[in-house]
Design a protein around this ligand. Sequence first.
Ligand code: GDG
Length: 499
Amino acid sequence: MIVSNRLPVDHVSGEGEDAVWRTSPGGLVAALEPVMRARDGVWIGWPGMADKKVDPFVADGIDLIPVPLSAKEVEEYYEGFSNDTLWPLYHDVISPPSYHREWWDAYQRVNRRFADAALAVAAPNAIVWVHDYQLQLVPKMLRDARPDLIIGFFNHIPFPPYGIYSQLPWRRQIVDGLLGSDVIGFQRVADAGNFARAVRRLYNYETRGNLISVPIDESAEKHGQRHTAVGRRGHPVRTVLARPFPISIDASMFQQLAHDPGIQARAREIREELGNPGTVMLGVDRLDYTKGIRHRMKAFGELLAEGTVTSEDVCLVQVASPSRERVEAYAQLRDEVEITVSRINGDFSQLGHPAIHYLHQGYPREEMVALYLAADVMLVTALRDGMNLVAKEYVASRIDQDGVLVLSEFAGASDELRQALLVNPHDIDGLKGAMLHAIRMPKRDRMRRMRAMRKRVLTHDVQRWSATFLDALVREDHSDPANNLDIPKRVMPAGSYGE
Ligand code: GDG
């Protein structure tokens, strides 16, 4: 069973029996669909419409169980606690988190509803995989009711250092909720480390490497609990594996799209429509304050102001797909970004050559791949990002082995894509230097780097990610050597561009 905030479908039209749904085939669906079919799985989540009860249905062969949310719950649990408390807190308080007790109440209530929906259909010893920060209380709710279940949790966003995490008024309850899992997956080594430290500080539980010993009462062992042992302090414990499982993309799907002659023609057309500039730089992000869109624009604006580049030589295409527009911080960010774009364009565009092509729209995947193929330089300058799939999608799409990735060291992807030009996006001079380096990089160097990054992404795709996670989840022995990490040793000196 998969439990996630959103079902992997969007409502197209009609109601009840006549409802038409379209699956939103993100990487997660692509990875899990075959597994779910083979194991008779179900997916539990919110269908995306408030105040509507939707009966269970099947989409593209996956059984879906909708969990209803009222408009008030969307406001308090989703937009409030998930996206205005946890999201900014877990992303290093880039924007100040809001703490409201009513939001917390709604979060607990809704987590209970998701857990109950799972409990209603879980077979004995079922494998339940819970996803992301909206549902951190679900693992413990499941464990308390059904110790036989095999429970995994994957956190798609960072887990912050304790000095930040400790702001959360409900910091103990969240950690306790997560510890209901058998396996807790994080994007980076640092996230798993931050979590283990939070466990020690808040509960003083023993931790050893990736293993956390959670004390249990004597009787629990007899009730079919897995992973039980006697802890070093002489009490019975249940061990929880908390380690990184860096997520990836459906790499072969991106490769396949990149081979499509129609998409290749579209990529050429895009360059023509842009006026055939010497260099096309591209940004693709949800319009989110974690993505460093303003830092990227500031750096580009300064290069134009100094005359180091002109809008005829270099243009920036920024796709900023609309996101969370009812949350105040997002509305504010949109205003700031749009003012910045207008200023830069007003000051530096030439007729027929706008400096920034700003697109506040979502596009079909085919168009995204055409953009990746058209872009000489991909800018991923997140201030904090769990992984950043866009970086991996760009690499997988570059079947010509060309193109330069400028990548923030604050994105999880930088642990694997060491041949990117790594940047600290707060260092505007460093960012400008990396942009210039990318613009001027000789083809041989570009290809050498791209080849190495492609090797990594093509061999470590989302199918491998889900298989690795599920493998760790069903394994009887948490301390098995197969749990060793598969994250490359740093091949370049630590530190960012220009240091
Ligand atoms: C969270 C974590 C982690 C964007 N605009 C369009 C579009 N996209 C697609 C991209 C990419 C996805 O959305 C965005 O994924 P990211 O990883 O870049 O970022 P988040 O949305 O913040 O995702 C993140 C991820 O979860 C997975 O664990 O990597 O760190 O924050 O796939 O291509 N796709 C289409 N049109 C658009 O306009 N078709």
